[in-house]
Design a protein around this ligand. Structure first.
Ligand SMILES: [Zn+2]
Length: 659
């Protein structure tokens, strides 16, 4: 380390000491502090966590690169998983050793220096080493943003794309990538994967939610020789993704933590399929040279054999091919032998479960929040005239935040007045958005849905009866024909309240249905897929979806009958059937099924009960829609009728389908 670096680190330490040292003095007596709920409490300040990326952490805690700031694990063990056997770092002990290393007698100094050296501790004092007001166990947090999204996901995608190139499937992957449907909170990727040059943390997060089904669809129908490596690759990706999804739970039990650890262990178990892509640049160069040398040697060997010249052209080609295959497999073996997974982000994953045990969950300790705050600062900088920018940044940022706090406080106060139970939010209601007022009658609606009027009418009345909203509505012919006079207004979108199983809050899934018209000015039509719950016991076909039935929206509309005061929010849907093939343990394949059209009865009338069920058009109340569902095509053909039901798209789906 240069003198300048040591000096910089000392400056950093002094600044932190200046800021935090006063807290040490409060640690025993405590201080009365006014809390957010207007009560005074005796508080004892403890810095329990410091959010930072790996490099900031090793600077703050004075650890040498590339070692772990949490434990004393050796670099050679980073790729093995299971860090529980390693001693956790004891920064207070390091501080004592450092004093000995400078003030003790000759033997003590030598021993202390050696001991610090062995533990990969730097030569200067760490920022928090000598502070009383910190919680040493939790001060270094696992950071999902840098460890997983920008760390492991980047590595993983390098392995995945190299693997697909090796097996000539990268084009299929790119096509499927570009065909990914949208989902609430998930902006689809507009470009094929290979054309994207820079990935942000947010995009890497989104990528983690869809990589498993896209990769699985890309690897469908392997040849006999590919089968083993394809399965291994898929299991490796799946287990890493599942483990990081588990890590994001808001509530944990021993079982969820154990499950997360098991996924991680399985990931380590299968990762060797990608080990050849872990070779360093220098190894690759050496092996490139070795390959040339081996090829030359083989050529000389062949040509020096007297039998070579009498061989036919075909036989010669066969010989050359055989030699090439042999060289390739030798090089591949070398690549595997020379590669390892000993990089620090791989190891940091092992500390996640300990931190969950200490903190309860990792929800609020991702550096996504400070990074977001950084973006605001950067934005304020660009809005300034760049001359003595600090003050201008403060002037831009501070009022903005003050207004945000005011708004939060005002809303909270309002809620306290409104409700007897403070802080309980009113449940969100289903809400239709963007009507098409130009369409009003049943005929208009039938034309819009491209469905015979009688069939549509049957479906509507059957829906009213089945879902018990207006039971007697269809039992009289008069009421049935009343439907002709009712207003039928289609809508473009509907807001579906979705209860998260991870917190008490309700989220909103905005699902869209534009029929054959454009969704936005330059966007193609959009008819989202949803999950229906029909209010009956789980259908045997849909056990894997816990009774939910995936369906595509065909039309969203309202039926208003002023005479009978009927006001129904309905949706025409096309349900999917679960396919018989279950390619991977993690996803269900769905197939769209068409049903033969209904025939009129001998007297010319139609049976009022339409044929509804799995794989047919159906009309359901909006309240039967549980939320959006993400269906990915299995093949890149535009008319693909096979889809994967993706369960990694959000934590709710992850639980819904496989718990
Ligand atoms: Zn460690």
């Amino acid at each position: 380390m240069t003198e300048q670096q040591i000096h910089n680190r000392e400056v950093l330490r002094k600044i932190f000491e200046l800021i935090f040292r006063p807290l040490d003095a409060l640690l025993t007596p405590g201080k009365l502090i006014l809390c957010a709920d207007s009560r005074m409490r005796q508080c004892y300040p403890v810095i329990c966590a410091w959010m930072a990326d790996y490099f900031e952490n090793i600077h703050l805690h004075s650890i040498k690169q590339p070692h772990c700031p949490v434990s004393e694990a050796l670099k050679s063990s980073f790729g093995e998983g299971n860090s529980s056997s390693w001693q956790l770092r004891d920064y207070r002990l390091y501080f004592q050793k450092m004093i000995l290393a400078t003030q003790g007698d000759e033997t003590e100094r030598r021993e202390a220096r050696q001991s610090l050296e062995d533990r990969a501790v730097g030569t200067s004092e760490g920022v928090f080493w000598n502070m009383k007001c910190i919680s040493p166990m939790t001060i270094i947090l696992p950071d999902i943003l840098h460890t997983v999204y920008l760390g492991m996901h980047k590595h993983l995608m390098h392995w995945v794309t190299s693997f697909l190139e090796q097996h000539s499937r990268i084009n299929k992957f790119n096509q499927l990538w570009a065909m990914m449907p949208p989902y609430p909170g998930f902006a689809r990727f507009n470009k094929p994967y290979s054309q994207v040059t820079h990935w942000s943390g947010t995009e890497m997060k989104a990528l983690g939610r869809v990589i498993v089904p896209v990769f699985a669809a890309t690897l469908l129908n392997p040849s006999a020789s590919q089968r083993f490596s394809f399965t291994e690759a898929l299991l490796c990706v799946k287990n890493l993704v599942y483990s990081h999804l588990r890590a994001q739970y808001r509530y944990h039990t021993e079982a969820t933590i154990e499950c997360m650890e098991n996924y991680l262990e399985e990931f380590h178990h299968h990762k060797d399929v990608f080990s050849r892509f872990r070779a360093s640049k220098s190894t690759k160069q050496v092996l490139e040279a070795l390959k040339k040398q081996l090829t030359l040697e083989k050529q000389e060997e062949r040509e020096s054999d007297p039998a070579w010249n009498i061989l036919s052209a075909d036989a010669k080609h066969r010989c050359i091919d055989e030699d090439e295959t042999q060289i390739d497999s030798e090089i591949a073996q070398h690549l595997v032998d020379e590669s390892d997974f000993n990089f620090v982000k791989m190891h940091l994953l092992d500390h996640f479960s300990d931190h969950i045990c200490q903190l309860g969950n990792l929800w609020n300790v991702s550096s996504e929040l400070p990074e977001k705050a950084m973006m605001d600062l950067t934005q304020a900088y660009w809005q300034s005239n760049h001359h003595e920018a600090a003050l201008q940044i403060l002037r831009t940022k501070a009022p903005k935040e003050v207004f945000q706090y005011r708004e939060l406080n005002a809303n909270a106060a309002k809620q306290r007045h409104d409700d007897d139970m403070p802080l309980t939010k009113a449940p969100i209601k289903w809400m239709m958005k963007n009507p098409r007022p130009e369409l009003k009658t049943l005929d208009d609606l039938a034309a819009w849905c491209a469905m015979p009027k009688w069939e549509l009418q049957n479906h509507i009345v059957w829906c009213f009866k089945r879902f018990a909203d207006f039971t007697d509505y269809i039992d009289h012919d008069q009421n049935f024909s009343c439907l002709n006079n009712a207003k039928h207004i289609p809508y473009k979108a509907v807001a579906i309240p979705v209860t998260s199983i991870h917190c008490d809050e309700q989220a909103v899934h905005m699902v869209c249905c534009t029929g054959s018209t454009r969704w936005r000015k330059h966007k193609p039509p959009r008819n989202d897929t949803v999950l229906l719950w029909m209010g009956t016991s789980p259908d045997s076909h849909f056990k894997s979806n816990a009774g939910g039935i995936p369906a595509q929206l065909k039309c969203l509309f309202i039926v208003k009958d002023a005479e009978l005061s009927v006001n129904g929010l309905l949706s025409l849907v096309q349900t999917f059937a679960t396919g018989p093939v279950r390619q991977t343990a993690c996803m269900v394949i769905d197939e769209e099924r068409h049903q033969p059209p209904m025939q009129p009865l001998h007297d010319g009338s139609y049976c009022r009960k339409p044929l509804v069920g799995v794989g047919t058009p159906d009309i359901v109340p909006i309240s039967a829609i549980e939320g959006a569902v993400h269906l990915l095509p299995l093949t890149p053909q535009p008319d693909s009728s096979w889809w994967y039901l993706s369960n990694t798209i959000n934590l709710n789906a992850f639980n819904l389908f496989y718990m």
